[in-house]
Design a protein around this ligand. Sequence first.
Ligand code: MIC
Ligand code: SF4
Length: 640
Amino acid sequence: MGQNLTRKIIADHLVSGEMEPGSEIAVRVDQTLTQDATGTMAYLQFEAMGIPRVRTKLSVSYIDHNMLQTGFENADDHRFLQTVAAKYGIYFSRPGNGICHQVHLERFSSPGDLLLGSDSHTPTSGGAGMLAIGAGGLDVAVAMGGGPYYLKMPQIVGVHLKGRLQPWVAAKDIIFELLRRLTVKGGVGKIFEYYGEGVASLSVPERSTITNMGAEMQATTSIFPSDESTREYFRTQKREEMWRPTSADPDPDYDEVVEIDLNKLGPMVARPQSPGNVVPIEEVEGTKLAQVCIGSCTNSSYHDLSVSAAVLKGRKVNPDISMTVTPGSRQVFTMIARTGALADLIESGARILESACGPCIGMGQVPPSDTASLRTFNRNFPGRSGTADDKVYLASPEVAAVSALTGEITDPRKFGEPPLTEAPGEFIIDDDLIIPPPKNGDVEVARGPNIKPLPLAKPLAQTIKATVLIKLEDNVSTDHILPAGSKILPLRSNIPAISEYVFHYVDPEFPARAKAAGAGIIVGGSNYGQGSSREHAALAPMYLGVKAVMAKTYALVHQTNLVNFGILPLVFVKDGDYDRINVDDVLEIPDVRDAVGSGEVIVRNTTQGYEFTARHNLSERQVEVLREGGLLNHIKAHAG
Ligand code: MIC
Ligand code: SF4
């Protein structure tokens, strides 16, 4: 059997390790990306490494998350990021240029190369044949310094696409189908590689909708081959010279195969409050809506917006609906302005937002209480929109546009023939908002009062004795652990301030209790830490004195972030052990510093008077990192 594409790219980038699923490998990183919400920390960490200039082929710093400027904080962060970029040799995408993933796809994606980004939706560039992986900011900082990225060799799942999408059925429905079948935990430790005759009919932006939302299954990444359609995309982006073909060998070997017949798919919707709650649209049709939002890095391409505009053209948004549209990039924005689609949107009554993450991360357009919102985004975790009791439904732009007219979730197939939209022969290319770094880094870094020094973890203690601070259910996301939104997101470069918001909507007393306890333990269910790659969900608990997490299973990026910040991620061996623990129990892990080397530790519940065994599944290198008090301490200890 032939080799699959993913293994070829990994083999091409392999620095160390065996490509055996589950064993740790290290890969060379060609490109990095950061955004402003994770970037400030990543660059503080990079600075702490004392490396004069990035050692990647290309590193880009984007501003797209913290765009509301209701105080000085976000604007100060922008200046910090701009000056840091100039100093260390990083391209800087200015606010207004668009969402990192959309812009990266358009202007920098490169088939066959490896991209590491401090954002969980970095796999968007997988639509153009890149191996694009989301990670914590510290891992990205290490990669900028020329270090490899460590991960467990994933299993490669081949997704065989057959047939062709039917009218009104969108790329979004393909990834919904996978989420429906495999759930939000179905991608842990896996890479999804798309192949088969159904691939050819999907354009690069459509492929990118699919690879983007592979993150919702906790997949390491997702990838499409680079074919003639990719070449056409690069041609319209006027960078055909960057295109090269990549594909699996004929008859490729996969660890697992999933088959999707595109002919059989219908429009689908993810119900509140998980992207895994996918149902056929018929099950939720008629749900009254108060808000419809089109945009986010999942669905804000020229294709998505022109289809939406064509549906709305000559019609009016229902008076009960507040509708917003966010172009994913300045290129998309200018294109819809030139073609007239923007005028159609404005005339319909849609509210046009600047090219940024915006409502996707609770930066404005918070929905009214006790109402339903329909969004083309990728996540609908509780409270993420900014409304505590939110009911966010996720769907394709086609479903969103038709529903905005009717005021309720509507099957677009009842709307008649889908509008004909033409792919643009060429895109408008204007990279003026991307500032290339100057040749010499003689730049002074601007540090406003919101940029606080980086806190470091402490080496692993000989014995951990700590109080159980909280006990959580399954599928707790990093949005639960450390929410975003317009109040909290601006504090990303200020760990003391942001740590006051850990578990804010789950248990607002958590920070005070953690500080009073001095040393704490978090107890979680399965898939703990799903969602965003934000390392703040490890860094802020570390700052509050959290020493260990005990969970049934982890989302891998969060598990790595815990290790990077010196928090021990343990796994329950028996379900009963999870059941028995109570909040406020004091747990002792004797001789943990030595015991952790064996992969198994004894935990004593000193409050209830019993013992149990807990495990971890970390590599020897990660155990060393933990002992030394996190990755930055580890790097400093082994500098040179
Ligand atoms: C998200 O979609 O949750 C974010 C905000 O883009 C995060 C990054 C962050 O928390 O800064 C992500 O997806 O990793
Ligand atoms: Fe931004 Fe939303 Fe995409 Fe995250 S998921 S990068 S917040 S648009």
